[in-house]
Ligand binder design. Structure first.
Ligand code: HEC
Ligand code: HEC
Length: 302
């Protein structure tokens, strides 16, 4: 074989390998519907409404002319993040601009895998890494509740992010490292209300999305759950939720429950900035037992 021939052959092998790597990456970063069948479940929109408030959907999916927590989640208000600005969409059953044309399977895929019906990866600014801890039955209750809302037509706007298509593929890679497979697990050594609180805080409530520090890849550091740290949206610091009673932040369960229900209107501090005011207003919509369950869980964190 001549030198030139060998060089050509090496070049061919290398470009073949490069092409295979590109195809591999494209395959790896392509989002696919899970195609999984949903369990038989008689969905309960009343339970779903509680999960809707616990999940704080309105905080991000509010209309641009905001009408508070009771307003429709018809989308359109800007949601600024360090990667760019999103306009989270319309969650009402409007067929044109909302979820009217979606199936329950597509909704569950979005909430648990961050995958859109047309096969794109959602950015984790949509806190599906927490929502994926929710059992499918709860997601179906939430879906049933959204289905009871009046359809509102709204504008749909793509996020303002450089190289959006490529960035979405990058999210596909991030998910491989960041999403854990485990759903919420009940702790048999704890009571029912502690477990309810743990579930609401870690699943729908997604409290750790802000209160748990992240590593350099923006993956929450589970070893330091709820230890506080830099705000993921760059708005200063998020306080620790560990040892709240030992540090004298709240005197007891009743005190923290009141703080979560009424926030700064009752003279509690550290419950308004960096998105916490929205969280608190959503918590105020929950049945009191659920707020107390969250407080019980928080007070057990050391
Ligand atoms: C912290 C902000 C935030 C919260 C809270 C939030 N979302 Fe979203 N959501 C987003 C963003 C941002 C997107 C768009 C992500 C993208 O385009 O990659 C999104 C997208 C979605 C989508 C895909 C369709 C669409 O409108 O773009 C669904 C469905 C959805 N969210 C449902 C919910 C539900 C249900 C809740 C409450 C349980 C919720 N979201 C709470 C930020 C949020
Ligand atoms: C969007 C980010 C974000 C989310 C989500 C979030 N928090 Fe917060 N939280 C904050 C910030 C920021 C503060 C500090 C607010 C201030 O100083 O005004 C805070 C403060 C608090 C405090 C007061 C701490 C103290 O020292 O008194 C409590 C309690 C709390 N959060 C509980 C929760 C619970 C429970 C959840 C989930 C249901 C939650 N947070 C979800 C950002 C968040």
């Amino acid at each position: 074989m001549t030198r030139a021939k060998r060089a050509w052959r090496i070049a061919a092998v290398l470009s073949g390998a490069a092409a295979a790597a590109v195809v591999g990456l494209l395959v790896l970063t392509t989002a696919r519907p899970s195609g999984r069948a949903l369990p038989e479940h008689l969905a309960d929109p009343v339970r779903g409404e509680v999960l809707y408030h616990a999940g704080g959907c309105i905080s991000c999916h509010k209309a641009s002319t905001t009408a508070g927590v009771a307003g429709p989640p018809s989308g359109g208000a800007p949601f600024a993040t360090p990667v760019g600005t999103f306009w989270p969409g319309n969650l009402t059953p409007d067929p044109g601009t909302g979820l009217g044309g979606w199936t329950a399977e597509q909704f569950v895929d979005a909430m648990t895998r961050g995958v859109s019906p047309d096969g794109r990866h959602y950015f984790p600014a949509f806190p599906y890494p927490s929502y994926r801890a929710m059992p499918v039955e709860d997601l179906l209750d939430l879906w049933a509740y959204l289905g009871t809302l009046d359809p509102v037509s709204s504008s749909v706007r793509a996020p303002d992010i450089p190289m959006l298509g490529l960035a979405r593929r990058g999210v596909g890679l991030w998910k491989m490292a960041a999403l854990d497979g485990s759903g919420f697990r009940t702790d048999p050594n704890r009571g029912a209300s502690w477990n309810r609180g743990a579930y609401l805080a870690n699943g729908p409530g997604h409290c750790g999305e802000c209160h748990t520090p992240r590593n350099a890849l923006m993956i929450p550091d589970r070893e330091r759950s709820f230890a506080g740290g830099p705000h993921p949206r760059g708005e200063g610091e998020v306080p620790s939720l560990l040892a709240l009673a030992a540090r004298g932040r709240y005197s007891d369960l009743g005190d923290l429950t009141l703080a979560l229900q009424f926030g700064e209107t009752l003279g509690y501090d550290k419950l308004s900035s960096g998105g916490m005011a929205d969280v608190q207003q959503n918590l105020a919509m929950l049945p009191e037992d659920d707020v107390r369950a969250i407080a019980e869980y928080l007070l057990s964190l050391e």
